[in-house]
Write a protein that binds this ligand. Structure first.
Ligand SMILES: [Ca+2]
Length: 80
């Protein structure tokens, strides 16, 4: 959209195209024209870290970036 490296039509940082219309690290922006906005996609996979407590009764999952988890069905298996 225009002469900037990117323009997603807002002044929000962290969505791939900065408030100063620069492509942010880890993002790819394309598709814009003089009348349409660029669309930015996160191209770096988020890192995930799994931590278990001493008794293995609690699992904590940490992500390097704000992430969403889709869990349509959870099945737990336990070896006795
Ligand atoms: Ca933006």
């Amino acid at each position: 959209m225009g002469i900037n490296p990117c323009d997603d039509g807002n002044n929000i940082n962290g969505d791939g195209c900065s408030a100063t219309c620069q492509i942010e690290r880890g993002w790819n922006c394309s598709g814009g024209s003089k009348i349409t906005k660029d669309v930015c996609k996160d191209v770096v996979p988020h890192k995930m870290h799994i931590i278990r407590n001493k008794n293995n009764t609690l699992v904590t999952v940490l992500f390097s970036e704000k992430s969403s988890i889709m869990v349509p069905q959870v099945t737990l298996h336990r070896n006795l």
